[in-house]
Write a protein that binds this ligand. Sequence first.
Ligand code: HEC
Length: 123
Amino acid sequence: MKHILLITAALFLFGLSSCFYDKADLIYPQQTTCDTATVTYSGTVAPILTSNCNGCHGGTAGAGAGIKLDTYPAVMTYVTNGRLINSMLHNGKASAMPKGGSKLDACTINKLNAWITKGATNN
Ligand code: HEC
């Protein structure tokens, strides 16, 4: 009888500990962090543009009115004139992009902005 109690208690404690779940981003979804510290052109900016913009602004795609965002020098044209970030911010200072789509999430825009603020290096 004593053994059964001990085993039950052990299983209960083991069960309790296995229920401990501390993924903060799942428990507090509004507190997810946005890593803007390690942004690079090749690792951050190019993939964002490829997946959200270059269906129209990349390669031979004809839907982007001749505006190219698939090479560093081409992207720099729109960094320098401010239209890259303004188009994503939907602030009225450039055509709102992605065209016909909804604004990209704040973290994605923050990453792009961080890269520009740090000097928009070809890294
Ligand atoms: C469905 C096609 C399409 C997508 C997707 C798209 N664009 Fe565009 N973009 C256009 C067209 C067409 C124009 C030119 C007409 C205009 O300015 O609305 C344009 C213009 C621009 C301009 C110049 C705006 C200005 O006011 O001079 C910028 C900068 C730009 N796009 C950036 C982006 C970025 C960044 C994304 C992704 C977040 C994106 N675009 C996604 C079609 C697209």
